[in-house]
Design a protein around this ligand. Structure first.
Ligand code: ADP
Ligand code: GN1
Ligand code: MG
Length: 374
């Protein structure tokens, strides 16, 4: 819920008490809801002794991540791998990985009696995240960050990572879910709902493109991030360079194409995925070029011919998939994504579907960009 999270004095005191479990006996001065994630509840914890020192405290959404201990296990596997790899071949610039902080009992998490699952992460200093990209220089850095993530994990065998969210980014499964919800829920019809229903039924063919390429052996399973959207990348406040890829809950075995697609989907939509003006949403191909320049600068060493051939499909499929996920969640009564008002997920799906239309209308331009700068 991030900054949407409403909490009273009772909650505040309870959360401060939990923060103390991770604070290595230092006094907690304050906690503040932080960031704008759609899944977990995130807080910034400040300690009394040093004003600038702080850490991140998160309540994992256990309705989404049913086995949060596996999430923590993956975070360790990932962080250790990247630490070793950077030690062996250092990058020529700042690159940080959030560290899992332990409780005073030496655990990676704290579970409350009611079953809430809390964890803490080191705060990436002097950094900030953005909900919308603002310039070509910034999107180049966004692409560079994902390329760095993929390069650093290109030798992390995906089998070493647990599956923290079954079915995540298997587009045909979202179609099946959609059909089940349609059959069982009593949703309200409106022109927007009808537009979305038609949009989905017109694009059934999209669901299998990447999965078929996987089955045919064209696209291999690799370590993927799963959620590399704009605000999961941190930028240095001074240099403006990207310095970290965060939100590691979905790091697991999968197709890097879902990542490349998601990076382009979220980085090339200047209106942002929370805009009210969904009819004006456009996929910006100059931003697309900037992202891919940054991404390819790190990823050329491991990308194959097939990888390049599926980039256009990746951006179209993942954008459609997210629209479908928002729409299905709206029809089901908003049980997955955190929302601020009842129609929130419907509006979010309209934004993504409009973006799909804009991507489709610029297929030739996007493919030319990929060909020219690969
Ligand atoms: P969610 O899964 O809900 O999206 P995130 O892990 O992405 O949760 O955290 C939400 C926001 O909190 C991020 O977008 C970022 O702004 C901030 N954040 C999370 N972890 C860190 C960190 N280690 N250092 C600095 N900021 C962070
Ligand atoms: C969620 O947690 P957050 O806000 O970074 C979602 C992503 C979606 C994204 C859309 C685990 O990401 O898949 O693309 O919202 N994460 C999960 O904003 O479902
Ligand atoms: Mg996030």
């Amino acid at each position: 819920m991030g900054q949407n999270y409403q909490f009273d004095e009772f909650d505040r005191l309870k959360i401060i008490e939990i923060a103390h479990k991770f604070s290595a006996q230092k006094q907690v001065a304050d906690i503040q809801p932080f960031g704008s994630g759609n899944i977990n509840d995130t807080f910034l914890v400040s300690l009394q002794e040093a004003e600038t020192y702080s850490f991140i405290l998160q309540r994992i959404n256990t309705k989404v991540f049913r086995e949060p201990k596996l999430v923590m296990q993956n975070m360790r596997t990932y962080a250790n791998h990247v630490r070793d790899r950077i030690q062996d071949s250092p990058l020529d610039r700042r690159w940080d990985v959030p560290q899992v902080l332990q409780t005073q009992q030496g655990e990676d998490y704290w579970q409350t009696e009611s079953g809430e699952f809390w964890r803490s992460l080191s705060f990436i200093a002097d950094s900030q995240s953005f909900d919308v990209m603002e310039s070509i220089e910034q999107v180049r850095e966004f692409g560079y960050a994902l390329g760095t993530f993929h390069l650093l994990t290109s030798d992390l065998a995906p089998e070493r990572l647990a599956d923290t969210l079954e079915g995540f980014h298997i587009t045909p499964r979202y179609f099946r879910q959609h059909e089940e919800v349609l059959a069982s829920s009593n949703f309200k019809r409106s022109p927007e709902v009808d537009y979305c229903l038609k949009f989905v039924s017109d694009r059934k063919g999209l669901a299998h493109i990447l999965e078929n390429a996987k089955v045919a052996g064209k696209l291999p399973l690799r370590t993927m991030h799963g959620d590399p959207k704009v605000n999961n990348i941190l930028f240095d406040r001074q240099t403006k360079l990207s310095v970290s890829v965060i939100d590691l809950d979905t790091v697991k075995s999968g197709l890097v194409h879902y990542d490349i697609g998601d990076c382009l989907r979220s980085g090339c939509n200047p209106a942002g995925e929370e805009t009210n003006q969904w009819e004006d949403v456009q996929f910006d191909t100059e931003l697309c070029q900037g992202i891919l320049q940054g991404y390819f600068s790190m990823a050329r060493s491991f990308l194959t011919e097939y990888d390049y051939a599926y980039i256009y499909d990746a951006v179209r499929v993942i954008t459609f998939e997210l629209g479908l996920r928002f729409f299905t969640d709206y029809l089901a009564g908003s049980i997955y994504f955190n929302v601020k008002y009842p129609e929130h997920n419907l509006l979010r799906s309209l934004v993504q579907f409009r973006l799909v239309e804009s991507i489709e209308s610029q297929q030739t331009v996007i493919n030319k960009i990929i060909k020219d700068i690969r």
